[in-house]
Design a protein around this ligand. Structure first.
Ligand SMILES: NC(=O)c1ccc[n+]([C@@H]2O[C@H](COP(=O)([O-])OP(=O)(O)OC[C@H]3O[C@@H](n4cnc5c(N)ncnc54)[C@H](OP(=O)(O)O)[C@@H]3O)[C@@H](O)[C@H]2O)c1
Length: 283
């Protein structure tokens, strides 16, 4: 198989490395592609530079995974990364052409009442950035191509352990209120889910990419403290936004049933296995 990973960063590199290790031809595209994993063919290109993009795209692709992330959290940067870059790329792929998988986010859901959400739930994002992701999803679904969208939860893994570090250094705070959930996925499972969708004979339009346990943030923080052998974080008096540091107050619980029903098995079914693996490996 020949697979282009457009936006070959944290998750994309894990995906491309896995494909290359299996003997597939994996192409990793990004603007500054230094240090991509061994076996991955490097392409230096800017998806927003329409003039030079066509020449950068390898021929005869079986699949494209669009795993670009925005440089900043503002709407203009989101539009460039998710809509402009994707539309540019789609316009330069042959028709009929490769299957295209887009990495979206669970931030497209605005549910804030502790309810469970899945692929059939309404998408009413509270923020402009979430609405831009939906625009990108619509550009792909309206393209007439074989496609799928993986709405990922918060990605953690080796080198992405910010929450763990706040528990270690004592700056973490338990949310003031109950019902603040985390919807997460380990980097390797995110990459393996993309690999799975690339290879499935046929795919659904949307899947949620989260683990089995949208645990409460307070439960995750307490578990981490126990695992690290440090004191349990104090309860915050401030708003949850200050606790997560990202202005995120997540009161939804994301369900991964459809991804699992498609035959995908998580290696890290909950945050416990995922963080335990990171801590055991010392990374
Ligand atoms: N992180 C999370 O918790 C989270 C949650 C939900 C969904 N997601 C989604 O999951 C996907 C993967 O995330 P990630 O953490 O792996 O992101 P990442 O590590 O930031 O990688 C994204 C890559 O996109 C490349 N890129 C950005 N703009 C580009 C452009 N104009 N042209 C070519 N390449 C470009 C960047 O490389 P250069 O700078 O070298 O170009 C970078 O390597 C993203 O779509 C993200 O939105 C992430």
């Amino acid at each position: 198989m020949r697979c282009l990973v457009a936006g070959c960063g944290y998750v994309g590199s894990a995906l491309a490395a896995g494909l290359a290790a299996e003997g597939h031809e994996a192409f990793g595209l990004r603007r500054r592609p230094k240090g991509l994993p061994e076996g991955v063919q490097t392409i230096a290109a800017d998806l927003c530079d329409a003039a030079t993009l066509a020449a950068a795209i390898p021929p005869d692709l079986d699949a494209v995974v669009y795993a670009v992330a925005s440089d900043a959290r503002d709407p203009a940067a989101y539009r460039r990364a998710y809509v402009e870059g994707l539309v540019n790329l789609l316009a330069r792929l042959p028709t009929p052409g490769p299957r295209v998988i887009f990495t979206s986010s669970t931030s497209v859901y605005g549910q804030d009442d502790g309810s469970w959400v899945d692929e059939a739930s309404p998408t009413l994002p509270p923020r402009e950035t979430g609405r831009i992701l939906l625009e990108a999803e619509a550009a792909l679904s309206g393209s007439g191509r074989d496609f799928s969208i993986l709405r990922l939860g918060g990605i953690y893994g080796p080198g992405r352990t910010r929450l763990l570090e706040t528990v270690r250094d004592g700056t973490a705070r338990l949310p003031a209120e109950a019902g603040v959930y985390t919807n997460r996925i380990h980097r390797d499972d995110a990459a393996r889910a993309l690999d799975h969708l690339v290879k499935l004979p046929s795919v659904d339009p949307v899947y949620l990419g989260v683990d089995d346990d949208p645990a409460e943030l307070s439960e995750v923080l307490r578990w981490m403290a126990g695992r690290l052998g440090v004191p349990e974080p104090e309860r915050s008096a401030a708003e949850t936004a200050a606790v997560t540091g990202r202005g995120l107050r997540t009161r939804k619980r994301c369900r991964n049933r459809q991804l699992r029903a498609s035959g995908f098995e998580l290696r890290h079914p909950t945050f416990r296995e995922g963080y335990d693996a990171i801590l055991t490996a010392g990374i």
